[in-house]
Design a protein around this ligand. Structure first.
Ligand code: FAD
Length: 285
């Protein structure tokens, strides 16, 4: 089923997984998929290693999600450092497994730099995917602006290019202050970007995650969230509980304000996704 059809449902909650590194047996990942599929998410996405470390496994994991566990799969695909032939081969593999939902991404530029490949930006990859076949293509968006963008408006102009190229939905980078998302969505509408936006929620359950999150995404931590980290960082069980409560509250506030599509960055932890889903059980009925 196409993600755009799934997003016609009133409220959706989907989950993201990452694949195991090349050479690591898939058995552990299969258990994680089964446990998350048992939570009945609207769809499950699987990331793609732009650096090459997990590339091969993305198609396998998407196949396991959709064709073994019966949940619609969204396969991520990056273009940085790849040529059209490589990208075409991945798309053919996906097609052969009837996986037609793809999140088109550029990928991060490695610190040491790399050849850009045949497609410089996600809008070019989106066009290439749609030329290749009947895919439903989504893209990434950044409520606080992509770190490389000179301004928020320049970033929205890029998003518009992506949507004009055929991106039918957008999934957000994680954020911890819902007002940032509301403000972003207002600016999107003002710029004529009106595809569904799926809000990406990262449950932060240990203090180590925080420095990494801020360094990769430039995400601002609101004072209410920082207070939780300051108070509970040294108490893993308390941090875990507080992180799940914070993510749950964020989701409830989003849904209450009409943001109906939520994507949980599960970090391959079914118990965390499960606790959040259980906290929302009546809301999702
Ligand atoms: P683009 O949309 O191409 O944008 C990149 C930058 O270039 C932005 O600053 C944009 O404003 C600018 N830009 C865009 N188009 C143009 C243009 N035509 N001319 C000039 N400037 C332009 N990374 C992975 O490696 N694997 C994954 O599976 C993965 N999944 C992700 C999922 C989500 C939901 C998100 C939010 C990010 C994900 N990423 C993943 C990270 C992503 O690859 C990086 O954030 C990357 O730096 C940007 O990718 P993009 O597709 O948003 O790029």
């Amino acid at each position: 089923m196409k993600i755009t059809d799934i997003l016609n449902n009133n409220i959706t909650v989907s989950c993201e997984l990452f694949p195991p590194k090349a050479g690591v047996p898939l058995e552990g990942a299969k258990n994680v998929i089964r446990e998350i599929a048992d939570l009945k998410p609207s769809f499950m996405s699987v990331t793609y290693g732009a650096g090459g470390s997990t590339r091969g496994n993305t198609v396998e994991i998407a196949n396991e999600i959709q064709n073994v566990n019966g949940v619609a799969a969204l396969a991520h695909l990056t273009c940085i450092g790849s040529d059209a032939t490589e990208i075409g081969a991945v798309l053919d593999e996906l097609k052969s497994k009837n996986i037609t939902n793809v999140l088109a991404l550029r990928g991060d530029v490695p610190a040491e730099g790399c050849a850009t490949g045949d497609y410089a930006y996600a809008n070019e990859l989106t066009e290439a995917i749609l030329r290749h076949g009947d895919f439903c293509v989504g893209g990434a968006c950044y409520p606080e602006g992509h770190p490389e963008s000179p301004s928020l408006q320049a970033d929205i102009d890029s998003l518009k290019r992506k949507v004009d190229a055929g991106c039918a939905f957008l999934t957000t980078q994680m954020f911890f202050d819902n007002h940032v998302l509301y403000n972003f969505m207002f600016r999107l509408l003002k710029s004529g970007v009106d595809v569904p936006v799926i809000a990406g929620i990262m449950p932060v359950i240990n203090a180590k995650q925080i420095a990494r999150i801020c360094s990769i995404s430039g995400t601002v931590l609101p004072p209410r969230f920082r207070a939780i980290v300051d108070r509970f960082a040294d108490n893993p069980a308390a941090m875990n509980q507080a992180g799940i409560a914070y993510a749950t509250e964020q989701i409830i506030d989003l849904i209450a304000n009409g943001v109906n599509h939520i994507h949980i960055y599960t970090m391959n932890k079914p118990d965390i996704a499960g606790r959040i889903m259980r906290n929302l059980s009546e809301i999702l009925k």
